[in-house]
Design a protein around this ligand. Structure first.
Ligand SMILES: [Zn+2]
Length: 393
């Protein structure tokens, strides 16, 4: 299928990966002939997917035009839903959030109230676009704190998402007439961090009310057979060995979450008579230097470090990046993770390992969702469909 190889999607992918490129760059990178490249560039340019940017001189002194992805050609709507709230954003085609908002909502209230609030946030964000106003929506990315059957776009048996099991999330947004991608929240963060850092092998740990991990290796999300890969929060915590494990909200005992998550720390603070209503309050206590809160978060870091240390030995990531509300504790949480990972993992696997906190902060999830959604709609499989849609608009 030679046609597939010379597809416009492949040329567009070069711009998404490399940024600005000249005609000659595209010929060199793609290995396509000049005439084929000219055709592809013309098709992408007339669809408004790439734009010409001046500058650069060819060797003969003639101005040589350069092109780049026209990131503002359309927008992608994204919502990163956590246990106690979501961040919604309007993003450009390069995955950058243009406007975003945070909304408090309990995910266990079920899909109807939560997705109604997401829809309202999308409308508000789109209306905030100023004079141009009518941003064209090309895709929607929804992140959820639970296991996702990616191909079907559904959540399956989520431990904390009461009422969401197999709910048709894509169908909910059908009126917006754009493809919908549903992704696990830790996976979307992993993609954002891997692309931003240009690291092909990365583990993202999301530590908020619960704990999840996303694994990007050889630049692709590891989903496993059913999409359930990475559920580190419900693996067995090292501290539980030989002892009666603490009960977890998944129904099991001795899970990593039962020791190291936001809800576990809130439980332990309660037992000490220090009431922290939510994870933000825990972070507040840590920042004030509250000794119990600092000790519990440091210990949570050690439990997390133990949990991830074996993964480091097995998979040899270049980076481990922590995000989620509890990651706002910074070094207090990180030090425990580092301590255990360096103690327990193979020296070669940790020689150049970077362990840090996400620099994207609260937009880590929506950024990753926009990138994953852009991969879908601008990818070689779907780009024809998109170009047809553009033609008929
Ligand atoms: Zn569990």
């Amino acid at each position: 299928m030679k046609d597939v190889r010379t597809h416009v999607g492949e040329v567009l992918a070069l711009f998404r990966e490399h940024g600005e490129l000249s005609r000659t760059d595209v010929i060199d990178l793609s290995g396509l002939s000049r005439s084929t490249v000219n055709q592809r560039l013309a098709a992408l340019h007339s669809a408004g997917l790439i734009e010409e940017i001046g500058g650069g001189e060819s060797t003969g002194g003639r101005p040589s035009s350069r092109f780049a992805l026209n990131r503002s050609r359309a927008v992608i709507l994204t919502a990163d839903i956590g246990a106690t709230g979501f961040v919604a954003a309007v993003c450009d085609l390069a995955g950058t959030p243009l406007r975003h908002t945070s909304v408090s909502v309990n995910v266990w209230d079920g899909p109807h109230p939560v997705l109604t609030a997401v829809d309202a946030a999308f409308d508000e964000l789109l209306a905030g676009g100023g004079a141009t106003g009518a941003d064209e929506v090309w895709g929607i990315g929804i992140g959820v704190p639970g296991p996702v059957e990616f191909a079907a776009g559904r959540v399956v048996n989520p431990p904390i998402m009461t009422g969401w099991d197999r709910f048709d999330i894509a169908g909910w947004f059908a009126a917006r007439r754009a493809p919908v991608v549903v992704e696990n929240d830790a996976n979307s963060r992993a993609v954002a961090e891997a692309r931003l850092r240009r690291h092909d092998n990365l583990i993202s740990l999301k530590v908020g009310t619960g704990i999840g991990s996303g694994l990007v290796f050889n630049s692709a999300i590891i989903r496993g057979g059913e999409g359930a890969a990475g559920d580190i929060g419900h693996t067995r915590a090292a501290v539980a060995d030989g002892a009666e494990g603490l009960p977890c909200r998944c129904g099991n005992v001795g899970c990593v979450e039962a020791y190291a998550s936001g809800w576990a720390i809130i439980r332990d603070l309660d037992a000490l008579g220090a009431h922290a209503g939510d994870v933000a309050a825990v972070v507040g206590l840590v920042r004030q230097g509250d000794l119990d809160a600092v000790r519990l978060v440091r210990q949570a870091g050690r439990v997390l470090g133990d949990a991830v240390a074996d993964l480091v030995s097995i998979l040899n990531p270049e980076t481990i990046v922590l995000s989620g509300q509890l990651a706002e504790c910074g070094e207090v949480l990180l030090s425990g993770v580092r301590e255990r990972v360096y103690q327990r993992s193979q020296p070669l696997a940790t020689r150049n390992l970077v362990i840090g906190v996400s620099e994207l902060g609260e937009v880590a999830g929506v950024t990753g969702l926009a990138l994953i959604t852009a991969d879908r709609i601008l990818g070689t499989d779907q780009i024809d469909e998109l170009l047809e849609r553009i033609d008929t608009v």
